[in-house]
Design a protein. Structure first.
Length: 174
């Protein structure tokens, strides 16, 4: 047995310390998207002319490894659902904080990806999550049945109840 342990010690020395002794903050870490809000509107000035349209997604990101709340907010302008997950948006951290947070959002399946960096004990980490949430939304449609030129023809809005999504990030030291 002593010979086995003696032979095993050099191999164990090759294992990175982060694998041999995981950082406590990485083990039970969760990212929470709080107060997820989605809103969109489409306004037609004639039956065939879309005058204005757009959507907004907002949420606050909490990460217990940092002492601040990260505010995420984006406008999308892709017809029909405004967001399709192809654009990356940068979130806003409080002044003086060095971490960077980016996200994508796809409205058809309410899918999020979030990447956040932070520094702790002189080391920089990257946390990544992806997941979906079930937004409870109401679509309101108004149409001017007596429309004449110069009036609005129709307005469609989608308003969702605030939601929350909590996921365990994949964390790596960078």
């Amino acid at each position: 047995m002593v010979a086995f342990i003696s032979a095993l010690l050099p191999v164990l020395a090759l294992i990175p310390s982060s694998l041999a002794n995981p950082i406590a903050q990485k083990r039970d870490l969760t990212f929470t998207l709080q107060d997820i809000n989605y809103y969109s509107s489409m306004v037609y000035s004639t039956p065939a002319h879309l005058a204005t349209y757009g959507g907004r997604i907002q949420f606050n990101l909490t990460n217990p490894a940092v002492s601040y709340l990260t505010r995420c907010d984006a406008w999308g302008r892709h017809l029909q659902d405004m967001f399709y997950g192809e654009s990356e948006y940068t979130c806003e951290a409080p002044v003086g904080e060095t971490g960077v947070t980016n996200f994508t959002y796809s409205r058809p399946n309410n899918a999020f990806t979030v990447n956040q960096t932070w520094t702790q004990d002189g080391k920089t980490y990257l946390g990544k999550i992806s997941g979906t949430t079930n937004l409870q939304c109401v679509t309101d449609k108004w149409q001017n049945d007596n429309w004449t030129m110069g009036q609005l023809y129709s307005i469609t809005t989608v308003t969702c109840e605030p939601s929350e999504l909590t996921l365990v990030p994949e964390v790596t030291e960078i």
